[in-house]
Design a binder for this molecule. Structure first.
Ligand SMILES: *Cc1c(COP(=O)(O)O)cnc(C)c1O
Length: 389
């Protein structure tokens, strides 16, 4: 049997896969099983931020692989400690917990918030406010945090204690804060799976003020928006807020599984021995690779992200067959006049791989995608979108 047949027979049918097998790549170019070349505007869902087979990251991971691949958290390990230092220095956060995925990073954030509120205000302060249309993961608790009913069906009852407010409507948050005993507010600065929608600056500022006033923790999910994706190291930095907890994953590991929950001043001592853990969390290979990735997310890379972003917005906005372009940095949503599935398939046939989110085309290219490839890809997208229905 070939890969497709094996996959269909033996892998649980949780994914509607695109009909190609990716076998190799280099930078922003990918190759399928027939040797066809594609320009990659999806980066494995915002993961491969320096593209595929990135030499610097390979070298860092390889060097660690030849020392020790895994230690467990029963021992000290340099890559893990050094990465934690770098993350804290660049964010002002005080401590980190390492897991393996975005959902786990959010689980940790939720546990810390509940423990903080229980100790400070009492066990009845367990509610966590999230936003309609958000996405925070697929575990039973992070699904509860996800403010989209479509993800909840079939899996009830979910973890109790989650409340949903409307994005960009501060009153809807205040109403919940007045009515319930609230531990934390959890948000994505740009709702990714929800359709690449940036939150309003004033709304996020208002949330931060409200949270500070009421000693409610502000949790920012930077799983998708983080690590340079939006044009700053973390998206919250563009909103001029200092969250109490920041979770991230996807791009930080450069392709190896890695999730981080970063803890600020208020909560740095909340977790104590035995409170939380992960066998693989802080894996030396993932962390060694992440140090290489993080070191390269510097001002010049971020300038490049902004230039590429401006180019995409300029080229696609107002084009025939394109109704709207939303997003921030290299996290971009495009509403197409033609049926989305057709647009995505035709782009693929013409050698451009794009993603979707909530009825939109979603672009998450490598942060260092060469301009000539980006131009070529954008031209193809424009042409496909402009075709008559
Ligand atoms: C992808 C994503 C998650 C879940 O991350 P996993 O690594 O798939 O568990 C959580 N939050 C946001 C905002 C995401 O985009």
């Amino acid at each position: 049997m070939d890969t497709k047949q094996l996959d269909e027979q033996y892998i649980a049918h949780t994914y509607a896969r695109f009909p190609i097998e990716i076998v190799s790549g280099h930078g922003s170019l990918l190759y399928d099983e027939q040797g066809r070349e594609y320009i990659d505007l999806g980066t494995g869902i915002a993961v491969n931020i320096f593209g595929v087979a990135d030499a610097s990251w390979i070298k860092a991971v390889n060097a660690q692989m030849h020392k020790v691949q895994h230690t467990s958290n029963l021992y000290y390990a340099a890559p893990c400690a050094r990465l934690a230092e770098k993350l804290c220095q660049r964010t002002g956060m005080k401590k980190v917990f390492f897991g393996n995925s975005g959902a786990e990073a959010n689980e940790c954030a939720i546990k810390v918030a509940r423990k903080y509120a229980a100790e400070k205000k009492g066990g009845e302060y367990y509610h966590i406010i999230t936003l309609h249309n958000s996405f925070h993961g697929r575990t039973i608790t992070t699904l509860a945090a996800t403010g989209q009913d479509s993800f909840h069906q079939h899996f009830l009852p979910l973890t109790p204690g989650f409340l949903y407010a409307d994005a960009n409507d501060l009153q809807s948050v205040k109403k919940l804060v007045d009515e319930y005993k609230v531990a934390a507010i959890l948000l994505e600065c740009v709702q990714g799976e929800g359709g690449v929608l940036p939150l309003d600056y004033a709304f996020v500022q208002g949330l931060a003020e409200l949270a500070a006033e009421q000693d409610i923790l502000l949790l920012v999910d930077e799983v998708q928006t983080g690590n340079g994706r939006t044009g700053s190291l973390y998206a919250y930095m563009q909103y001029n807020i200092q969250p109490d907890i920041v979770s991230t994953a996807k791009g930080l590991g450069g392709g190896l599984p890695l999730g981080v929950c970063m803890l600020g001043d208020k909560v740095e001592t909340v977790l104590e021995p035995g409170d939380h853990g992960s066998t693989f969390g802080g894996n030396p290979l993932s962390c060694a690779g992440a140090i290489d990735i993080l070191d390269r997310i510097d001002e010049s890379l971020l300038e490049g992200v902004k230039e590429r972003s401006a180019y995409i917005f300029r080229e696609l906005s107002g084009c025939k067959g394109i109704n709207e372009v939303t997003g921030m940095g290299l996290m971009i949503g495009v509403t197409t006049a033609r049926p989305l599935a057709d647009v995505v398939a035709e782009c693929r046939e013409q050698g451009v791989l794009v993603l979707t989110a909530h009825g939109k085309m979603r672009l998450l290219p490598a942060l260092n995608i060469p301009m000539d490839l980006l131009k070529k890809a954008v031209d193809i997208i424009k042409n496909v979108c402009a075709q008559e229905i």
